[in-house]
Design a protein around this ligand. Structure first.
Ligand SMILES: *Cc1c(COP(=O)(O)O)cnc(C)c1O
Length: 396
């Protein structure tokens, strides 16, 4: 029955497993293991366990399973495997899929830790990676080969908010039999239709919009039942990237409100971007929801016109001006998460992307004046007033 419900209903009820007490709010099964009725049952379960037969929390747990089923419904995926963090999900998906000698094509505009996995870890294990400008389909077409096993990209890049054409890249990748792995954090599971558009594997850091209140780390890998149970689960259950039942419960409760939160945050981000566009303190304002954004047409078809909950501001005057701006803000906080109820401003060049060389920063557009701004659930008019006064201070 739950398969036919609309997403909002699925996010409240989907995946629920009730104990013998019939609790209303989902139970936290804070247990590492499960008792067998007899030795024969233990033997049978280790031989082959059904979807609701648990062995050990590193393999699976009822609270974690509730979260996996609920997020799979939202994404429209056959199955999901929850992980301890977003990075455990990126690493788990790529490492379980690839082996020495394989070739991968990746967009070069990536979150710092994703770049580390592709540039360093995969290289250490003999996987060859070719980096391309993700927005240029010609570069993807030129880079794929018959031995390309996977392509990887962030569908909306961090922090410059380039949008990558999932259907376009998928067509190129599938022509050579490569698996399309998408880190979809900035697009959010609320606006994503990545699987229908050709993604084979979708990854989220649940730390962002799924929790949505900055409390816990988590991640999830979504895909076909065959990929999740046949490829990902054997790797993750033996290497220990499991999500804790307590954090799974936080993420499960986050899904109950995710559509309300993310829609409100995206609407406020659009309002803020429109109010600040053309502000004299700005060199550039990047927001995919604006008509002036280079991939706005793609945002219409790929994301239903929703530009997400993050905008980036390139402030005139470089690092000093950006720091004056950050230090003058009264509502938003300076931190490095995103998708939180609290608005958060980040200076990528000196924090999240500090590790990159100056040439890499230049190439990715991570300028000294760049500030990433994640819009929270505060009143948009308060945020606009605060940002406008901080922009004035930035130019003094
Ligand atoms: C935050 C983030 C990650 C990593 O997630 P963690 O939960 O912090 O491990 C991966 N990719 C993108 C695009 C992110 O924003």
């Amino acid at each position: 029955m739950s398969e036919t419900w609309n997403k909002r209903t699925q996010m409240v009820h989907g995946g629920t497993r009730r104990s013998q007490y019939n609790e209303v709010s989902e139970a936290i099964f804070l247990t590492q293991g499960f008792v067998y009725e007899n030795a024969e049952q233990a033997e049978a379960r280790f031989l082959k366990s059904g979807p609701d037969e648990f062995i050990y929390a590193r393999y699976g747990n009822p609270t974690v399973a509730m979260f996996e089923d609920r997020i799979a419904m939202l994404e429209g995926a056959e199955d999901a495997f929850a992980t301890a963090s977003g990075m455990a999900a990126v690493n788990g998906a790529l490492t379980s899929l690839l082996k020495a000698g394989d070739h991968v094509v990746s967009a070069k505009a990536l979150f710092g830790s994703c770049l580390y996995i592709l540039e360093n870890i995969l290289a250490n294990f003999g996987v060859e990676v070719t980096f391309v400008d993700g927005t240029d389909l010609e570069q993807w077409r030129a880079a794929v080969r018959t031995d390309t096993k996977a392509v990887f990209f962030e569908s909306m890049s961090n922090p410059t908010l380039e949008v990558i054409d999932i259907a376009g890249v998928a067509e190129i990748a599938h022509a050579v039999g490569a698996c399309v792995v998408v880190d979809n954090v900035f697009s959010t599971p609320v606006f994503s239709r990545a699987i229908e558009q050709g993604a084979d594997v979708v990854i989220y850091s649940a730390t962002k919009h799924i929790d949505g209140q900055g409390r816990a780390l988590g991640g999830v890998i979504l895909g076909t039942k065959e990929f999740i149970r046949g490829t990902v689960e054997p790797y993750l259950k033996h290497t220990g990237g499991a999500l804790s039942p307590f954090n799974a419960w936080i993420m499960l409760k986050g899904l109950e409100t995710i559509a309300l939160r993310v829609n409100a945050q995206a609407a406020a981000t659009q309002q803020i971007a429109e109010a600040l566009e053309g502000n004299p303190a700005l060199e550039r304002l990047m927001y995919p929801g604006l008509k002036s954004h280079a991939q706005n047409a793609l945002v219409q078809t790929q994301l239903g016109g929703k530009g997400g909950t993050v905008l980036s501001l390139d402030i005139k005057g470089g690092k000093d001006a950006a720091f004056r701006f950050l230090n003058a803000m009264n509502v938003a906080v300076i931190s490095n998460n995103l998708g939180d109820a609290k608005s958060i401003a980040t200076h990528p060049a000196t924090t999240t992307h500090q590790r990159l060389s100056d040439e890499q920063k230049d190439e990715l557009g991570i300028t000294p004046g760049l500030v990433r701004f994640s819009v929270g659930l505060e009143d948009a008019t308060d945020l606009i007033a605060d940002l406008e006064q901080a922009l004035v201070v930035s130019q003094i």
